[in-house]
Design a protein around this ligand. Structure first.
Ligand code: NAD
Ligand code: GLY
Length: 359
């Protein structure tokens, strides 16, 4: 087992990474009260729920199985979590355990932030995306029909438990979607990692467990550093959103159902790099290399058919990075150096949108 620390003073917590931790990690020791509710979904429950429940045999342990999918990341589903907690009389000292991908993690985290004004929660991420990104850093939310993650809170978990073995059951499309976020860390702040990923691409594609575990560790290390420096996104944490402004527009336009978040981020990152090339900040070779890697992972390198530049502009105007009516974007100054800025040539943005929308 390898352990990283998210250094946030009294809200600091560990990220434990290793094979088989679902069975071997002493989870019960992390629970402060005598009540636990494990929240998962109908896909993950038959695979892993029974591996977690024995940890909490010494206390009241309830389970809640939600429907699966981004379309259920709503206030309505959140209410069903509160209903279950109330029905089972969970008190302020309860601990929620999020067993699942980013959808479960974000929703359970938000439920923990709100229930009785805040209770403990533990992240047990089961997708690559959740292991390298969403489980770390305390961003919790549900979607609004008009915008992604629009209703939420910052609420840090007490710990993140990453069992790398659970990736064995993850469909390849989901693994690839998570891999987009792995590449992101290399692009925005860790050129050595980016080159390591290039060198090890074949091993990663073939699910070499040692390579995947290293990629998870280095991604979490990057994320932990960013979060420790800027917990509530007053500055540099926004750099983690490379490609997300374009990607969120795609997710909203496609009703959160056809494209996976990581897929939308993948083409969004390519659009951000394309725009950075147009601004003369990075070399076209970086864009070509990125497009090549994304294609090898069968990640999209084009926007959804029918989306227009105007539609992108309309949806992106709702982005959380908009300040005083100005759309700030995360762009690359060079490999490993990202900026969030509204100081760009709007013509370059238009050209990127037109190029990707084929207009
Ligand atoms: P997800 O939670 O929908 O999981 C993807 C699919 O894989 C689901 O069908 C799920 O049931 C299934 N699954 C999960 N683990 C499995 C396993 N081990 N084996 C087999 N199937 C498994 O999607 P995701 O990609 O994990 O997360 C996407 C969400 O994360 C989005 O809502 C996005 O907004 C959010 N997100 C949040 C943050 C953050 O900082 N909070 C960061 C990035 C993304
Ligand atoms: N995934 C973006 C963030 O955690 O800030």
């Amino acid at each position: 087992m390898r352990t990283l620390q998210v250094a946030l003073a009294e809200r600091s917590y560990p990220i434990h990474i290793g094979a088989g931790l679902l069975d071997t990690f002493p989870l019960a020791e992390q629970v402060r009260g005598n009540q636990v509710m494990i929240v998962t979904n109908e896909t993950i429950a038959p695979l892993y729920l029974e591996r977690l429940t024995p940890h909490f045999s010494g206390c009241q342990c309830d389970t809640l199985v939600l429907p699966d999918g981004e379309a259920f990341k709503t206030l309505e589903t959140l209410e069903s979590i509160f209903d279950a907690l109330m029905a089972k009389r969970h008190s302020r000292t309860t601990t929620l355990v999020a067993l699942g991908g980013g959808v479960i993690g974000d929703m359970v985290g938000f439920a923990a932030a709100c229930y009785q004004r805040g209770v403990d929660f533990i992240q047990v991420p089961t997708t690559l995306l959740a292991q390298v990104d969403s489980s770390v850093g305390g961003k919790t939310a549900v979607n609004h029909p008009r915008g992604k993650n629009m209703i939420g809170a910052f609420h840090q978990p007490r710990l993140v438990l990453i069992d790398t073995d659970v990736l064995a059951s993850l469909p390849q499309r989901e693994l690839a979607a998570g891999y987009a976020e792995v590449i992101k860390y290399g692009l925005i702040r860790d050129p050595d990692f980016y080159h390591w990923l290039e060198t090890n691409n074949e091993r990663l594609l073939s699910r070499d467990t040692e390579a995947l575990s290293e990629a998870i560790y280095r991604s979490c290390d990057n994320k932990a550093q960013v979060v420790a420096d800027d917990e509530t996104e007053q500055g540099n944490r926004a750099l983690l959103n490379l490609g997300h402004t374009f990607g969120h527009a795609i997710e909203t336009a496609t009703g959160y159902s056809k494209w996976l978040h990581g897929e939308a981020v993948a083409v969004g990152m390519l659009m951000a790099v394309n725009m950075s090339v147009r601004l003369g900040w990075v070399d076209a070779g970086l864009e070509a290399g990125l497009a090549d890697v994304l294609a090898q992972w069968q990640l999209p390198v084009a926007t959804p058919a029918g989306m227009t530049p105007d539609q992108f502009m309309d949806l992106m105007s709702l982005d959380k990075k908009v300040q005083n009516g100005q759309l700030r974007l995360v762009l690359l100054r060079q490999l490993g150096e990202a900026v969030v800025t509204a100081d760009y040539d709007a013509g370059a943005l238009r050209q990127t949108l037109e190029a990707f929308c084929g207009t």
